[in-house]
Design a protein around this ligand. Structure first.
Ligand code: HEC
Length: 120
């Protein structure tokens, strides 16, 4: 009888732990899927939605962008915040995209450029 109780007492945490591990791996998988979707949207906006498109002025190998008016993003390797800041303030000759693109589109471009800049 004491053994039986012990077995029952240990089974609950084991099942709970297995369930939590499974839930955590599901959460990670869906995070990755969301991340992939954001990068895809970011590339699409970079190439086709932003007007004018970023590649008119900037180099970014991943997007086959070869503009030479502005600093190369592959060389600059900007962070998410730096891309976001540039897109919403329009430094120098760069347009301010805050009125023409949605927050989601701006976030997606910032995620995309900061992930791929560097020539990969
Ligand atoms: C009309 C040309 C033009 C277009 C289009 C353009 N940029 Fe720029 N961008 C510039 C110029 C010029 C600079 C340098 C500004 C300065 O510092 O004087 C710059 C700077 C930047 C920087 C660096 C900011 C920093 O912190 O130094 C980033 C990042 C950037 N652009 C990203 C983008 C993205 C992403 C897009 C598309 C949504 C884009 N640019 C579209 C001209 C452009």
């Amino acid at each position: 009888m004491p053994f039986c109780l012990l077995a029952r007492a240990t089974r609950v945490p084991v099942v709970l732990l297995a369930g939590l591990t499974f839930a955590a791996s599901l959460a990670i998988a869906s995070d990755e899927a969301a991340n992939d979707a954001a990068l895809e949207l970011g590339k699409e906006v970079f190439l086709n939605v932003a007007a004018p498109p970023c590649g008119v002025c900037h180099v970014l190998a991943d997007a086959e962008a070869a503009g030479t008016i502005a600093p190369s993003l592959d060389e600059l390797q900007p962070t998410f915040d730096e891309v976001h800041q540039a897109m919403t303030s329009g430094p120098g000759a760069m347009p301010d995209y805050s009125a023409s693109l949605s927050d989601e589109e701006i976030d997606a471009v910032a995620a995309y450029v900061s992930a791929v800049a560097g020539g990969n």
